[in-house]
Design a protein around this ligand. Structure first.
Ligand code: AMP
Length: 446
């Protein structure tokens, strides 16, 4: 089954290709056909399942016919980060459709939003509070809405947004398609669904990709030791393809340079590159001619390389969602993967937020033979990747693992975690086969 079988408009299919999606995920397979038929839908799925494209693609299909210049689809999300992600996906998938989407959330000046809304977008991605402000000030016209999406409804409930949502509903046409996505179904969400959906189809994807197929580990380290530690992780790790994330474009470039100098077959993927350079980097990584890709979050969006064995967060991401997305790059398609994060003391709050979301403590690791006390600007001791791979080639059932050469910290700077030993948390479950829901903390406000 591929995206062509949904009979989407060619301009939309070109967006799908551009984002590098090849095979629809289970939520996309199940949700896209009924949404295309105009049915209401409850999607029990969480971040990492591809749920965004599951509703964005049919919306683009519907909106590519009919009037332009009025708001016809409204997507409500709990946080500005999620709103931006949905907007990015909409822009990426809808690039050739010339449909326009704007984001509306609090904490920023209203005027640019008003200007953009006046610019007549067809899709609005909004957080509830700020959207209500626009409704009250009559700076948004929702009378032409054909599709309403409530994304991460349970999280909106947790954050106390249900009353706002009910107020917003009063300003929408009664005749519309409504789609509700939620990782869990608390009673209040069930009631809301019952009140606002008409004969909905329910699709359920029981999986939490990061938990079922990915082993997570943190490597606490001083900032100036990060490069050396990265080299050591690569040296020890039983690596296939490695995706390294940095916070900035400059850091992506410099880390890739350093890796290349040390003999690794690495490249970077960041926003300063031309489209051709980006494509060459991606193609090379996909084919395996680059073993390591150093990327920023934005640049890495949509990368689907089934053989990524390790995601290494050189820098901690800014949000829990970004962590989940990064980690979702490994462990895809029923494969297992490792997610290493280099953390400094500045990252402690984000570590706690991630642990809350995943509902488990992450294992802290220390390399036994690594000098954590050396002063800055020490040289690295890299071993070319191919050489290390010869040393640590996977064998049949048991693979020699990064963890086998490292020990958990016997005198950790952090409390012991109680997490299961690294290798044992690994699951052979298919990526989409089992799940528990993890609630997210209030990472940002409306
Ligand atoms: P979501 O659950 O919508 O937040 O998506 C999680 C990640 O999967 C995002 O980075 C998407 O770009 C990516 N993604 C969504 N659908 C697909 C697909 N069919 N193939 C590959 N990647 C996908």
């Amino acid at each position: 089954m591929n995206f062509e079988s949904f009979n989407l408009h060619p301009s939309i299919i070109s967006g799908v290709r551009e984002l590098g999606y090849v095979t629809p995920t289970p939520i996309q397979l199940q949700a896209i056909p009924p949404i295309l038929q105009g049915q209401d839908l409850v999607g029990l799925a969480q971040t990492g399942t591809g749920k965004t494209a599951a509703f964005v693609l049919p919306i683009l299909q519907r909106l590519s016919q009919g009037p332009r210049g009025c708001v016809r689809a409204l997507i409500i999300a709990p946080t500005r980060e999620l709103a931006e992600q949905i907007h990015d996906t909409t822009q990426g998938l809808g690039k050739q459709t010339r449909l326009r989407s704007v984001t509306v959330y609090g904490g920023v000046n209203m005027t640019p939003q008003i200007q953009k809304l006046r610019g007549k977008a067809e899709i609005v991605v909004a957080c509830p509070g700020r959207l209500l402000d626009h409704i009250r000030q009559k700076t948004v016209n929702l009378s032409h809405i054909e599709v309403l999406v409530l994304d991460e409804a349970d999280r909106m409930f947790d954050m106390g947004f249900l009353p706002d949502i009910r107020k917003i509903l009063n300003h929408l046409p009664a005749h519309r398609q409504t789609l509700l996505f939620s990782a869990t179904m608390p009673d209040d969400i069930k009631r809301l669904a019952h009140d606002i959906l008409r004969n909905p189809v329910t699709v359920q994807i029981n999986h939490t990709m990061p938990l079922t197929t990915v082993s997570h580990a943190l490597y606490p380290v001083e900032h100036h030791h990060k490069s050396t530690l990265l080299m050591r992780l690569l040296k020890h790790a039983d690596t296939g393809s490695v995706l390294v994330f940095t916070r900035t474009k400059q850091r992506a470039m410099s880390v890739a340079q350093r890796l290349k100098k040390a003999g690794y077959i690495a490249t970077s993927l960041q926003g300063n590159m031309s489209q051709n350079q980006r494509q060459a980097a991606l193609d090379g990584f996909r084919k395996g001619s680059f073993k390591i890709l150093v990327a920023t979050d934005i640049a890495a969006r949509g990368i689907d390389v089934s053989h990524i064995s390790h995601v290494i967060n050189f820098d901690m991401p800014d949000t829990v969602d970004a962590y989940t997305h990064r980690i979702g790059r490994t462990g895809r398609a029923a494969k297992t993967g490792d997610a290493f994060t280099l953390t400094t003391q500045n990252d402690n709050a984000m570590v706690r937020a991630i642990e809350n979301t995943l509902g488990m403590k992450l294992e802290r690791r220390r390399l036994e033979d690594f000098d954590y006390t050396s002063p800055p600007a020490r040289s690295t001791h890299a071993v070319p990747l191919q050489q290390s791979q010869r040393h640590h080639r996977r064998t049949g059932t048991g693979s020699k693992r990064a963890g086998s050469q490292m020990s958990s910290d016997s005198k950790p700077r952090y409390p012991r975690t109680g997490a299961k030993p690294f290798g044992k948390r690994r699951s052979s479950h298919a990526a989409y086969s089992s799940g528990s829901s993890a609630r997210k903390p209030h990472s940002s406000h409306n």
